[in-house]
Design a protein around this ligand. Structure first.
Ligand code: INI
Length: 158
């Protein structure tokens, strides 16, 4: 029986991070968590590139461009915070962002990791950006390492 899975050694992985400027108070902490996690798993700064976009809705547009480059990145990590307001704008931004990210991943074959918080309140976002519920940017980085190392093995076997 074959059993193939990713691991958590990030040495040599080329990873792009896309960070939304909207709610930067939150997304900057997600970025810190992601970078810290990547470095602690062996990623080198010269293999990491941070890109900024205006809001989470724009993340998939840039992800599509980055995933299209040759050579492709090993993974793309998307970071931001969509926080519910008094109108339904939140819903359009959150749905467009999540569906777009998934579409880029499916179309490109690059793991595109959803590290964008969608919360009802600012407090819930703070809890997930390095306080009592951990740091979802770090969680996204771990998922990126696991998927990138899994995809490398699958490609090597193909
Ligand atoms: N962008 C976010 O990243 N988070 C939000 O909470 C948010 N809300 O609620 O408005 C938000 N809006 C901006 C959006 O992502 C686009 O930048 C904008 O609509 C221009 O296309």
């Amino acid at each position: 029986m074959k059993h193939i899975e990713g691991h958590f050694d990030a040495r040599g992985l080329k990873i792009d991070l896309i960070v939304s400027r909207f709610n930067d108070f939150i997304s900057s902490h997600l970025l810190e968590g992601a970078l810290d996690c990547l470095r602690r798993h062996g990623a080198r700064d010269e293999d990491l590139t941070v890109y900024r976009v205006p809001g989470s809705f724009e993340i998939p547009y840039l992800a599509a461009r980055l995933a299209d480059r040759k050579p492709k990145p090993d993974a793309i990590i998307c970071l931001g915070a969509v926080i519910r307001g008094s109108t339904d704008h939140y819903q359009y931004v959150a749905e467009g962002m999540a569906r777009g990210i998934q579409r880029v991943a499916m179309d490109s074959g690059v793991p595109v990791i959803l590290g964008v918080l969608t919360t009802d309140t600012i407090e819930q976002a703070i809890e997930r950006a390095g306080t009592k519920s951990g740091n979802k940017g770090a969680d996204a980085a771990l998922a990126a390492i696991e998927m990138a190392t899994l995809f490398r093995q699958v490609s090597a076997k193909a």
